[in-house]
Design a protein around this ligand. Structure first.
Ligand code: SRM
Ligand code: SF4
Length: 567
């Protein structure tokens, strides 16, 4: 079959391993932007060009170019941040960015509002803080996520070690990053990307490691999900799940969210080869002509899971073992203090939408800075956009609690039910793809839901709510018991019926409706839930049991995807 490469593939091929014209574009004084092609390459360096969408119309009227700025994303495997790094990141947010640090749904930080001339000093400062932004975005293996709190048990620490190792091992090797951002020496001669080659992957590739019973990373939403199998405190290996992904396009049934399929078990010694092998098969088999069909999930549905496994095993030279039993009990975070295996303590704080900023009375950015100034352990970001103050000596707990309380960072104590686990993606005004509000809509929507739930005696019901401003699904909304997916300003698809374990996708209940309709529907369903639920039954499970949301017999079966697959 002949294939036409997408424009993006051609830009990558010509980029000389991600250099393109970025360095020149950064110093072009005529515009606050960089060229479209360099914008594509910039993602591989961990940054997106954006413009303030709140200001678009006004600037157009004034015949000004859009208010361009850049979002920067750090690569923080396992979400681990030292206090020293925190203080640097905080300063960059205040001095170079829009005054906020944003914890993402993949346990890292984003800075928004960095203007072009601040881009290089910001990335250099992140590097000086012994962190990086390379491959935080782009068609590569992104930051590898792992169950938050890697110090809870020795097996947690080992699993985190694997996340850090895979993140490092699968990072691009190009020197372009050093040349552009760190004034590294210009390369003379040929450069080789041993795993990726000159055109990298067909699309982004996400890896995550979960430690049952906690599925806080949503392991089945990953391209490559690894489920740690631990017996009597010993890590035996990992079940390997492939082909998860959330993104879809409204009105296009050839795109869809998909849960990863478990295909076997590997020992720790086999893990690096297996991860590299899965990435390499996707590199060679993935669709390079249609970006919207380029994720691993489509490769697998097109070629078949069995064929993918046969190819992988033949390249590895060994077979995967049968998957081992595992069980998840939920995919949220566990708030408050927990004690680790070595007698040190870990405090999980709830950060609404992951946004750390000083706004009005809420001074969370300052509060976290004060914590970083006294804390002797470290911090861990979670995939539910929260933060753990980790590795605290018992004697220091009171001091940490006092700061947490002084800055109202103790919302986790008073939050009830639905508020505790709600997740919203960034959306407007920075996200160029947003169709509706998400993060900025969450507070008012939550208050209205809470009032309803209170009326039905459900104020403490732990219901998982996820909001996304478009169907790309950055808050993993297809795994929410209740989810809104943006269609247009003020209008959303209402999706219902996932479990609270990240193991069942929800389904569309009504398309393209406004808040009045959403609240009307939910009010009726809350009334039924209050009256008819079984003891301990979750909202999503209830909706499927009473057939409000019928469970699909075989949600991933027999998909007909018109794919062109590169040779
Ligand atoms: Fe995402 C694109 C924000 C997690 C699926 N995502 C974007 C962009 C960069 C918009 C763009 O392309 O111009 C958003 C930037 C908004 C902004 O202003 O900051 C954006 N995604 C985010 C974050 C910050 C959401 C958040 O509120 O925390 C998350 C950053 C994660 C990180 O640190 O790396 C984020 N994005 C996700 C997830 C969740 C996950 O990975 O667990 C998903 C669904 C899983 C998946 O990949 O399938 C996700 N983002 C997408 C997609 C759809 C991809 C697809 O296969 O169709 C896009 C659009 C694209 O790639 O073309 C996208
Ligand atoms: Fe933007 Fe859509 Fe992702 Fe939300 S889900 S951050 S609106 S791309």
């Amino acid at each position: 079959m002949t294939t036409t490469l997408s424009d993006f593939e051609i830009v990558k091929a010509k980029s000389r391993h991600l250099r393109g014209g970025i360095a020149d574009g950064l110093v072009d004084p005529v515009t606050g932007a960089i060229s479209d092609d360099d914008g594509k390459l910039l993602k591989f360096h961990g940054s997106y060009q954006q413009d303030d969408r709140d200001l678009r119309d006004e600037r157009r009227k004034q015949k000004l170019e859009p208010a361009f700025s850049f979002m920067i994303r750090a690569r923080l495997p396992g979400g681990v941040v030292t206090p020293a790094q925190w203080l640097v990141f905080d300063r960059l947010a205040r001095e170079h960015g829009n005054g906020s640090l944003r914890i993402t749904t993949r346990q890292t930080f984003q800075w928004h509002g960095i203007i072009k001339r601040k881009l290089k000093p910001t990335i250099a400062a992140i590097h000086d803080a012994l962190s990086t932004t390379i491959a935080a975005c782009g068609d590569v293996v992104r930051t590898v996520v792992s169950t938050a709190n890697p110090v809870e048990s020795p097996a947690h620490a080992i699993t985190y070690g694997w996340a850090a190792h895979l993140s490092e091992h699968l990072a691009p090797k190009t020197r372009a990053y050093h040349e552009i951002w760190l004034d590294g020496e210009q390369l003379v001669g040929e450069e080789v990307e041993p795993l990726y080659g000159p055109t990298y992957l067909p699309r982004k590739f996400k890896i995550g490691l979960a430690i049952p019973p906690l599925n806080d990373i949503d392991v089945f939403a990953q391209d490559l999900g690894l489920i740690a199998i631990i017996e009597r405190g010993v890590l035996l290996g990992f079940n390997v799940a492939i082909g998860g992904g959330m993104g879809a396009t409204h009105g296009d049934p050839t795109t869809y969210p998909r849960l990863a399929s478990v295909m076997g078990f590997v020992t720790p010694e086999q893990l690096t080869a297996v991860a590299e092998g899965v990435v390499a098969v996707q590199r060679d088999w993935g669709n390079r002509s249609e970006r919207k069909h380029a994720r691993l999930k489509y490769t697998i549905d097109h070629r078949g899971l069995d064929a993918f496994k046969v190819e992988l095993e033949s390249r590895l030279g060994f077979a995967l073992q049968p998957q081992r039993p595992y069980s998840f009990d939920h995919n949220g975070d566990r708030y408050g203090w927990i004690e680790g295996h070595d007698g040190r303590w870990h405090l999980t704080l709830h950060i609404e939408s992951g946004r750390l900023a000083d706004v009005g009375e809420r001074r969370w950015l300052s509060g976290m800075r004060e914590l970083a100034q006294v804390h002797t352990g470290d911090f861990r970001l979670t995939c539910n956009q929260n933060v753990i103050v980790a590795n605290v000596a018992a004697a220091d707990r009171a001091r940490i609690d006092a700061i947490v309380h002084a800055y109202d960072l103790d919302a986790y104590v008073s939050n009830r039910g639905i508020r505790s686990h709600a997740v919203a993606c960034v959306a407007l005004p920075t996200c160029g793809l947003a169709m509706a509000e998400s993060e900025r809509y969450l507070p008012s929507f939550l208050s209205k839901l809470e009032a309803q739930l209170e009326r039905h005696g459900l104020a403490d019901a732990p219901i998982l709510l996820r909001l996304s401003g478009c169907p790309n699904g950055c808050s993993r909304p297809y795994l929410g018991e209740i989810a809104l997916v943006g269609r247009a300003p003020g209008r959303y698809d209402l999706r219902l019926g996932a479990d609270f374990r990240g193991q069942r996708l929800n389904r569309v209940y009504r398309e393209n409706i406004d808040e009045v309709a959403i609240l009307g529907i939910l009010d009726g369903l809350f009334a039924r839930y209050a009256a008819e639920r079984n003891n301990g039954e979750g909202f999503g499970d209830f909706l499927t049991r009473v057939d409000v949301i019928p469970v699909e017999a075989a949600p991933q079966a027999a998909r007909q995807i018109p794919l062109q697959v590169s040779a």
